[in-house]
Design a protein around this ligand. Structure first.
Ligand code: CA
Length: 515
């Protein structure tokens, strides 16, 4: 808390020296107006009125948010929103992670205000944003065509990439693998060639913190593992909704990955090792290749001070059996998190203007970087963090959350500039490499069901998904044979209702995104 107090003190002194007139165009009301807010996220289970970002927004807009969060004693935002809904009394503003399904279900019933007309008439920055990104407008619209929330919109394209031990390749006299066959040859060499030089056959050629990143490799056989940044998600193929785990490329990929697993090219503990896999296998000089986030994975090159010649860098997606190079994972442009206006809010115009403030150039800098003159300064038109942020040695994200910046339960448009300032050279080099190749593919941004569609989905989907994942793991581990089982598996999926679920998703998709 000392940190916050210091920041507030700095803020106060700055407010005195800043001419009030300079930002007067941002003022929403002449006299301070208080609006109540429920804000819940696992990182901040309540709205903190002392956040420097809140204080700065007050100074500039005269809108004061007052904390009215329900369920702050739990870190589960879903439980908190259920408690809030059950109370029957919604505050003026409701911000939470995973708000999309809540507002799409209860918005049309009147619990949340439709935003389309309010934006059209009172929110020029939001209006301009949605005119530029009609895909995002479609993605956040409910089944009745209205938008009921303003989302957190991540910025930056790249998420995960293929990483490999460049020094091991050198050691073994190998080039970077360019296609699926060369990947296999490299993993075999990692297994057999003792690249860590300890005389033991202890290398783990391919590993992953999330076992789903093993399934991701089906893309090397032209399969798919997901259509979005959520694992196991549906995907869109030329306007048709499909599920990756019912495709031919997936079958071929799983067949081959099962072989790789049996041959010791995959971490034998891939399904159980969990989130510490990367930390353990890299720091013990055992892991050879993975598929993981650019920034955090590049950070492991710090191990070069302990492991002689250690280099773990990104390489371009290997070509699939048909010659396609794709990177299936990317940052999704829109999250189901954000904020909405309560259906009984007496100040909808002021509230939408307040939402719009965060999309103005001034508000966007504050929500991304903190308070100007304290946490950042403007240099050549860009917000650049000061030592108050970069000089602490603490993770920048955590510091920003403590200021009330970069809160995903607030509707805002992230500025990737916030992250590039502390990405290391290896991450930037890898991103440049992926930029050259245009490997990213379009993502499925989700659908908003009507009641009938939702009922079909809820009835069938959970058990289908469970069955798919059970079969998938059995095939990889060798307790089933995907080739022999495939026809029966597809028959089971049909009997379990997969084609009904796909038909409902298709009708929702066509309504939402047009044909
Ligand atoms: Ca060894």
């Amino acid at each position: 808390m000392r940190h916050l107090t210091l920041a507030s003190a700095l803020l106060t002194s700055m407010a005195v020296t800043t001419p009030a007139i300079a930002d007067s165009h941002l003022m929403i009301v002449d006299d301070p107006l208080e609006l109540t807010v429920h804000m819940h996220h696992k990182r901040y289970p309540a709205y903190d009125e002392d956040w420097p970002v809140e204080q700065e927004a007050r100074r500039l807009t005269n809108i004061h948010l007052k904390n009215a969060t329900v369920g702050s004693n739990t870190d589960n935002s879903g439980e908190a929103i259920n408690l809030l809904l059950a109370s029957g009394k919604l505050p003026d503003i409701i911000g939470t992670s995973r708000i999309k399904d809540v507002v799409n279900q209860y918005g049309p019933q009147g619990a949340f205000m439709p935003l389309n007309d309010l934006i059209e008439e009172h929110a020029p920055h939001l209006k301009a944003f949605f005119e530029k990104r009609p895909d995002i407008k479609a993605a956040i619209s409910a089944a009745d065509g209205n938008m009921y929330y303003i989302p957190y919109l991540p910025d930056g394209k790249y998420g995960r990439a293929y990483f490999i031990r460049y020094d091991w390749l050198d050691q073994l006299g190998l080039d970077l693998p360019q296609n699926v066959d060369e990947v296999k040859a490299v993993l075999e060499a990692f297994r057999d060639g003792d690249p860590n030089g300890n005389g033991l056959k202890d290398e783990v050629p391919y590993f992953a913190r999330q076992w789903e990143e093993l399934i991701r490799l089906v893309t090397l056989w032209d399969g798919r593992s997901s259509g979005s940044d959520t694992y196991h998600d549906f995907y869109v193929d030329s306007g048709q909704i499909k599920h990756p785990y019912a495709g031919e490329g997936y079958r071929e990929g799983v067949k081959n990955l099962a072989e790789w697993y049996a041959e010791g090219l995959i971490d034998p503990e891939v399904f159980t090792r969990g989130s510490s896999a990367r930390e353990y296998l890299l720091s013990e000089n055992l892991g050879g290749m993975t598929h993981d986030w650019f920034a955090s994975t590049s950070g492991y090159n710090r191990l070069s001070s302990e492991i002689d010649s250690f280099v773990f860098k990104a390489f371009a997606p290997p070509a699939s059996i048909s010659g396609k190079r794709i990177e299936e994972h990317r940052r999704i442009p829109i999250k189901p998190d954000g904020w909405a206006i309560g259906g009984t809010n007496k100040h909808p115009v002021e509230t939408i203007k307040y939402f719009d403030f965060w999309f103005s150039p001034e508000g966007r800098n504050i929500v991304n970087f903190g308070v100007e003159g304290v946490h950042w300064t403007m240099e050549d038109g860009k917000a650049i963090f000061t030592d108050a942020i970069l000089g602490t040695g603490r993770p920048v994200n955590s510091q920003l959350y403590e200021l009330g910046a970069q809160l995903h339960a607030r509707g805002y448009f992230q500025d990737y500039g916030y992250e590039i300032q502390w990405s290391n050279e290896f991450a930037l080099e890898g991103i440049a490499l992926y930029d050259e190749g245009e490997y990213l593919i379009d993502q499925f941004l989700g659908v908003a069901f009507n009641e009938d569609e939702q009922a079909v989905y809820d009835k069938y989907w959970p058990s289908i998904r469970t069955y798919m994942l059970e079969r998938q793991q059995a095939w990889i581990l060798g307790t089933g044979d995907v080739e022999a089982d495939w026809d029966a598996y597809m028959g089971d999926l049909d009997k379990m209702g997969l084609n009904d679920v796909l038909a409902e998703m298709q009708s929702a998709y066509d309504r939402q995104y047009g044909s």
